[in-house]
Design a protein around this ligand. Structure first.
Ligand SMILES: Nc1ncnc2c1ncn2[C@@H]1O[C@H](COP(=O)(O)OP(=O)(O)OP(=O)(O)O)[C@@H](O)[C@H]1O
Ligand SMILES: [Mg+2]
Length: 469
């Protein structure tokens, strides 16, 4: 069912059209000439317009132009007298959807209207999708105008077209993943997969089989052969997030893949060629990890062909105001709440804040303020900042050490508390890693031998060990 505007100066013609179209349950509005049609188009929305060519007060082309100004997704069908084929061709050239010669066969008209209304529906759907896409793309834009972030955007634009690996560093919430996605989106690989993996979230063996895949029977539970992420990202981009957390063995394998461009599934000796662009990110200082022997220097140079450091929000001074305004608009759009400007006082308060969680934290603060604030502008009291001396929660929501300390009894023996705390942490790390000491040491960021010493000191050898190492 469509809403159709019928434009003709002959009442008989209008009546036949209307009767026929109503048989298909279309809603029909009639106009007696070009002027009335143009006026109606300005007031109402139509799916299809059927218009005569020559009318005393104007032509069908005038109606077509009005449609194109008003809503170009409306489909226009011309009625032309036999012998005016040139006019019909001209109207199609100018964007009409179809033409019908008079006298017409009712079924032909009805079929033409059906096709035209389907065409309109498709155009409108397409317009909605395009708008959504633009919104999504806009949501991924790297915002900010300070010198540092401009340099970041500049490097993103310059490396995007290459296949160089980029190592993105920066504190939590500074936009490392956002930048990785922007590089992919602006590259020649944009229409191929972008695959992200968090290297910290998987154990050593799982990470290897995730990255490189495995053959059937390669380990217990591997009942089917499976390709890894390198294969899935073929011709696209693989984003290795938290790359500093990779085990020594995984680092060695990754290096081999990057050097040869070939992968070997776990449990297989066959090699497969892969064409993958690797982007990596870490919030850690990799140079320091190298000095401590925790990260391979040769791998670092493979990953950091282009190193890209993202500034913390503290270093971005004047950007805070612009970020607040743009992020408020995005949040308002996403959450379907009205956006509100931020007051000068509230902005001044934010500008003196340290933002340990950087832009992610700013976004969360603004979201809460927009939802809970009561006034026309966002006020200082709408922002509950962690005061530097007494943080309540770390940016990712975990208890901070300060908060833990506040929970302890007032009178305590420092040495005893520290020892018990250390023991509890060691137990937790060993539990998390099923007693695998190498992994527990990595979690705790201490050396393997240091952990061995502490395990002996606290007599922790009784910890259950599913996978003794
Ligand atoms: N320059 C920026 N412009 C707009 N939004 C940003 C910018 N930087 C970060 N954001 C937003 O901040 C949030 C955190 O960004 P992202 O996840 O990329 O950070 P990250 O550096 O990967 O953090 P983590 O180390 O915790 O994983 C996202 O919502 C992102 O859209
Ligand atoms: Mg991230």
């Amino acid at each position: 069912m469509a809403k159709v505007l019928v434009v003709d100066d002959e009442p008989g013609m209008r009546r036949i059209l209307t009767v026929n179209l109503r048989r298909d349950s279309h809603v029909v509005v009639e106009a007696t000439g070009a002027n009335e049609a143009v006026a109606l188009l300005g007031r109402e929305d139509f799916d299809v317009v059927v218009t005569d060519h020559k009318m005393p007060d104007g032509s069908g082309l005038d109606v077509l132009r009005a449609v194109q100004d008003d809503d170009p997704t409306t489909s226009v069908i011309f009625l032309t007298a036999v012998g005016t084929l040139e006019l019909a061709v001209e109207s199609m050239r100018q964007g009409a959807f179809d033409f019908i010669t008079k006298p017409f066969i009712p079924d032909v008209v009805r079929a033409a209207i059906r096709r035209a209304s389907q065409h309109t529906a498709l155009l409108r759907e397409n317009a909605v999708l395009k708008k959504e896409m633009r919104k999504l793309e806009g949501a991924d834009e790297i915002l900010g105008h300070c010198t540092e972030i401009r340099a970041v955007r500049d490097i993103v634009a310059r490396v995007a077209g290459t296949t160089s690996s980029v190592l993105i560093t920066g504190e939590t919430g500074t936009g490392k993943e956002l930048v990785a996605r922007a590089i992919h989106r602006n590259s020649l690989r944009a229409h191929k997969p972008f695959i992200a993996i968090n290297c910290a979230a998987l154990t050593e063996t799982l990470l290897e089989s995730e990255l490189f895949g495995h053959e059937r029977g390669a380990f217990t539970g591997a009942d089917k052969a499976r390709g890894g992420l390198f294969e899935a990202a073929h011709e696209g981009t693989l984003f290795l997030d938290e790359v500093a957390e990779m085990s020594a063995a995984a680092q060695a394998k990754l290096l081999r893949v990057l050097a040869s461009g070939e992968i070997q599934r776990v449990g297989s000796t066959a090699t497969r060629k892969v064409d993958v662009r690797v982007l990596a990110a870490t919030h850690r200082d990799l140079q320091e990890r190298i000095r401590e022997g925790l990260f391979r220097e040769d791998l670092y140079y493979r990953l950091a062909v282009v190193p890209l450091h993202l500034p913390s929000l503290r270093e971005r001074g004047d950007d805070v105001g612009e970020l607040c305004a743009s992020i408020c608009l995005r949040i308002a759009e996403e959450m379907k709440v009205p956006s509100r400007p931020i007051s000068a006082e509230a902005l001044a308060k934010l500008k003196t804040y340290a933002f340990p969680g950087n832009i992610r934290e700013l976004r969360n603060l603004l979201e809460r303020a927009l939802i809970l604030g009561q006034q026309a502008e966002l006020q200082p009291e709408d922002f509950h900042l962690q005061t530097p001396g007494a943080p309540l929660r770390s940016p990712d929501g975990e208890l901070t050490v300060e908060q833990l300390a506040a929970l302890l009894p007032k009178r305590l023996d420092l040495r005893e508390v520290m020892a018990r705390f250390e023991r509890a942490l060691l137990e937790r790390a060993l539990e998390m890693t099923n007693g695998v000491q190498a992994e527990a040491a990595r979690h705790l960021e201490i050396s393997r031998s240091d952990l061995g010493y502490k395990v002996g000191k606290y007599a922790l050898s009784a910890v259950p060990r599913a996978n003794a190492d």
